[in-house]
Write a protein that binds this ligand. Structure first.
Ligand code: COA
Ligand code: AMP
Length: 638
C-alpha cells in the first residue's frame, strides 16, 4: 500500500539539512507562555536540552487550549471497560473540570512544582486525569504499571521520593479483582521513603481501609474541592523541566528512571500525530496498551490530547473479554480511525479466530490504519492483519527512552515501501547507523549495533532520574557521539531498519520489557539456590517467555518441583505477575566460559531449537548436553 507520492524523503531531508529550523517550525504547534528563541543547547558530545529558554505547561496544551478554542463538547476520553461492563465519555470541558479540581486537591495536600507523584492505577480515566493534574501543577508524575509487585513499587518510591501517591482500590483482570491497596501499603512499608499523602479512588468491586492522616478518599477530596470552589491554574514550567519519570528495565534489578521533559516532548508528539499516524484533530485514536507503559503515556494520554483527538481507554484484553471480536467492537462503536497496539495482541486474536470471522460482525469502514510496536512484527502476523483488515499495517520501532518512533512509516506523508520484517525508515530527528563492536560503521545489510547519532531529537531522555552517570554509562559511553539503543539489527541498502534482538539481557514478553538480570537477582536470593540463569525462550503468543535454570544447593531436601513452585512464587511476589515467570528448570551445572561467564546466548539457542556454534571458550561442552536433556525431560524441547 505504498504511495509513490510519499513526502517522507523530502521531509527527512528537510530535517537533515537544517534540524533547528525543522524543530523550531514544529514548535509553533505548541502554546508557550514564553516562546523558544533557542532551539537546542548541547554539550560537545552532542547531548543536551531542547528549547532551553521557553516556558509552557503540558496540561494547558492538552486540555485548556482546546476548550478555549471551542472543542469543549468533544469527547476527550472514551472509557470502555468490558472488565466491569461500564463505559464513560469525558468531554474536553469535563476533563478540564476534573484536572483543575484534582490539581487543587493535590495542591491543598501539599504538592507543589517539582514534587514527584507516583500513580499506581488501573486503566480508568482517573489515571489520565491524575497524570494531567500533576502536570498542571508543574509536578512530576511517575506511573507504575499495576502488574508490578510491591517490591518493584518500593524501588520506584525510593528512587522518585514522591510527596504523594494516587491509586485505586483495585485493578480488574480476567483472573479476578486485584486489590491494589494492600500492594500499595506493603510497598510503602518496604520503602525507606514515605509519601506524605495517598489519594485512593474507590471502585465498587473492592473496598479498602484508609490510614488516618495519610490516606484520603479520591471522591471525597474532589467533592470537597468542588464545594469549596477550588480550581488550580496551570503552573508555568521550563520546557526543560521534567514532566514525568517512567521506570523501565535495565540490566540489573534497579530500573532506569527515564526522564521526559515538557517542551521537547510536546513538540515531538504533536509532530507525530498527523505526519506518522495520519490523523486529524477531532478523530478518534486508540492505543490499546496501558498507561503504565510508554505507549500509554504517549498515545493514550499525551499525543491524542495535545492534538485535539479523542483517546480511547480500554480496560480489557484483545481476547476473552468476552471474545476475540472485542477490538472490532471498540473500533466500530467509537469510530476509531487508527489503532495502535502490540503484535502479541494480534497473535492472541488470530489464535482464537484464525479466519477473522468476528471481524465481519462489525462495520470497520472508518478504520484507516493499524500501527504495531513494542516488539518486532513477525511477517505472519503482519500478513494476516493486512489480509483480514484490509488497511495499512505499520510496524514502528521505539523505546521508553525516546517516547516516539525512531523508525517507522509515515501514513500522513504517504507511505513508503517497507519489506515485511522491517520496522521502516528513520524518522526526522534520528540519524540511525549500525556499528560493529569496535564502533566502526558496518556495510549496509550487515548486522550490528543500532545507534543514533547525537543529538537525539526532542522528547528523548535528557538523563535518568538522579543518575546522570548511569545515563552516560548506559547510553553514551560505549559509542562516543552516538546513543546506544541496545538493539541489534540491520539497515538495508534502501535505508529500511530491521530490529533483530537486544544486545543486553532484556527480553520482550507480550510487548513488555523485562530484565532477566532482575529475575536472576530474585532467584539467587532464595536460600536453596546456588546459581541461576534466566533466558528468553521464543513463544508463539507472547514473543518470548522467561525460562529459569537453577542449580540447587547441596543438601537441600526438596524436590525440583517443590523448589520450582517456590521460585515462581518468589519472582511473582518480588517482580509481579507481569514477569510471566512460570518455568524454572533444575540443572546440575550451568554452562560457562573458562573465565566463568554463563553462556546464556547458547542456552537460549538450545531451548529455541536453533543451531549453535560451540563457544570456543566453553569450560565443559558436556554441560550443554545436560541442559538439553533437562529441557527434554520437562517436555520443553523435542
Ligand atoms: N494489574 C495487575 N495485574 C496485571 C495487570 C494490571 N494492570 N496487567 C496484567 N496483569 C497480570 C495479568 O493478570 C497476568 O497475570 P496471570 O499470570 O495471573 O495471568 C500477568 O500480569 C501477565 O499479563 P499480560 O502480559 O497482560 O498477559 P495475559 O496472559 O493476561 O494476556 C495478552 C496476554 C497478549 C492478551 C496481553 O499481554 C495483551 O493484550 N497485550 C497486548 C497489548 C499491550 O498491552 N502491550 C504492551 C505495550 S504496547
Ligand atoms: P520499551 O522501552 O518497553 O518500549 O521497549 C523497547 C524495546 O522493545 C526496543 O529496544 C526493542 O528491543 C523492542 N521493540 C519495540 N518496538 C519494536 C519494533 N517495532 N520492532 C522490534 N523491536 C521493537
Amino acid at each position: 500500500m505504498a504511495n509513490n507520492q510519499s513526502q517522507y524523503q523530502d521531509i527527512y531531508d528537510q530535517w537533515q539539512n537544517d534540524p533547528e529550523a525543522f524543530w523550531m517550525k514544529a514548535a509553533e504547534q505548541i502554546d508557550w507562555f514564553t516562546a523558544p528563541t533557542t532551539c537546542f543547547d548541547g554539550d560537545s558530545n552532542g547531548s543536551g536540552r531542547w528549547f532551553p529558554d521557553a516556558t509552557t505547561n503540558t496540561c494547558y496544551n492538552a486540555v485548556d487550549r482546546h476548550v478555549a478554542a471551542g472543542r469543549g463538547d468533544q469527547a476527550a476520553l472514551i472509557y470502555d471497560s468490558p472488565m466491569t461492563g461500564n463505559g464513560r465519555q469525558i468531554s474536553y470541558a469535563e476533563l478540564l473540570d476534573e484536572v483543575e479540581t484534582l490539581a487543587a486537591v493535590l495542591a491543598r495536600r501539599g504538592v507543589t512544582k517539582g514534587d514527584r507523584v507516583i500513580i499506581y492505577m488501573p486503566m480508568v480515566p482517573e489515571a489520565v486525569i491524575a497524570m494531567l493534574a500533576v502536570a498542571r501543577l508543574g509536578a512530576v508524575h511517575s506511573v507504575v504499571f499495576g502488574g508490578f509487585a510491591p517490591a518493584e513499587l518500593a524501588i520506584r518510591i525510593n528512587d522518585a521520593t514522591p510527596k504523594a501517591m494516587i491509586s485505586a482500590t483495585c485493578g480488574i483482570e480476567p483472573s479476578g479483582v486485584i486489590a491494589y491497596k494492600p500492594l500499595l501499603d506493603q510497598a510503602i512499608e518496604q520503602a525507606s521513603h514515605k509519601p506524605d499523602v495517598c489519594l485512593i479512588m474507590a471502585r465498587e468491586q473492592q473496598d479498602c481501609a484508609l490510614i488516618n492522616g495519610r490516606d484520603y478518599d479520591y471522591a471525597d477530596e474532589m467533592s470537597h474541592a468542588r464545594t469549596a470552589g477550588l480550581k488550580q491554574a496551570c503552573v508555568p514550567v521550563k520546557a526543560t523541566d521534567p514532566l514525568y519519570i517512567l521506570y523501565t528495565s535495565g540490566t540489573t534489578g534497579q530500573p532506569k528512571g527515564v526522564v521526559r521533559d515538557n517542551g521537547g516532548h510536546m513538540v515531538a508528539l504533536m509532530w507525530t500525530m498527523d505526519h506518522i499516524y495520519g490523523v486529524q484533530p477531532g478523530e478518534v485514536f486508540w492505543a490499546a496498551s496501558d498507561v503504565g507503559w510508554v505507549v500509554g503515556h504517549s498515545y493514550i494520554c499525551y499525543a491524542p490530547l495535545l492534538f485535539g483527538c479523542t483517546s480511547v481507554m480500554y480496560e480489557g484484553k484483545p481476547v476473552g473479554t468476552p471474545d476475540a471480536g472485542a477490538f472490532w467492537r471498540v473500533i466500530s462503536t467509537y469510530h476509531v480511525s487508527v489503532l495502535f497496539t502490540a503484535p502479541t495482541a494480534f497473535r492472541a486474536i488470530r489464535k482464537v479466530d484464525p479466519q477473522g470471522d468476528l471481524i465481519r460482525d462489525y462495520d470497520l469502514s472508518g478504520f484507516r490504519a493499524l500501527f504495531l510496536a513494542g516488539e518486532r512484527t513477525d511477517p505472519d502476523t503482519l500478513h494476516w492483519a493486512i489480509e483480514k483488515l484490509n488497511v495499512p499495517v505499520i510496524d514502528h520501532w521505539w523505546q521508553t527512552e525516546t517516547g516516539w518512533t525512531i523508525a517507522g512509516n509515515t501514513l500522513g506523508l504517504g507511505l513508503v515501501d517497507v519489506p515485511a520484517g522491517s520496522s521502516g525508515r528513520p524518522m526526522p530527528g534520528y540519524d540511525v547507523q549500525v556499528l560493529d563492536d569496535e564502533g566502526m560503521p558496518v556495510e549496509r545489510g550487515t548486522l550490528g549495533n543500532i545507534v543514533v547519532k547525537l543529538p537525539l531529537p526532542p522528547s528523548c531522555l535528557p538523563t535518568l532520574w538522579g543518575a546522570d552517570d548511569r545515563f552516560h554509562d548506559a547510553y553514551l559511553r560505549t559509542f562516543p557521539g552516538y546513543y546506544m539503543t541496545s538493539d541489534a539489527g540491520i539497515v538495508d541498502a534502501t535505508g529500511n531498519v530491521f530490529i533483530m534482538a537486544r544486545t543486553d539481557d532484556i527480553i520482550n514478553v507480550a510487548g513488555h520489557r523485562l530484565s532477566t538480570g532482575g529475575m536472576e537477582e530474585v532467584i539467587t536470593s532464595h536460600a536453596d539456590v546456588a546459581e541461576c540463569a534466566v533466558v528468553g525462550a521464543a513463544d508463539q503468543l507472547k514473543g518470548q517467555l522467561p525460562v529459569g535454570f537453577y542449580v540447587m544447593n547441596d543438601g537441600v531436601d526438596k524436590t525440583p518441583e517443590e523448589l520450582e513452585a517456590e521460585l515462581i512464587k518468589l519472582v511473582r511476589g518480588q517482580i509481579g505477575a507481569v514477569a510471566a515467570f512460570k518455568t524454572a528448570v533444575a540443572v546440575k551445572r550451568l554452562p560457562k566460559t573458562r573465565s566463568g561467564k554463563i553462556l546464556r546466548g547458547t542456552m537460549q539457542k538450545i531451548i529455541d531449537g536453533e543451531a549453535y556454534n560451540m563457544p570456543a571458550t566453553i569450560d565443559d561442552p558436556a554441560i550443554l548436553d545436560e541442559i538439553a536433556a533437562a529441557l527434554k525431560a520437562r517436555g520443553l524441547l523435542d
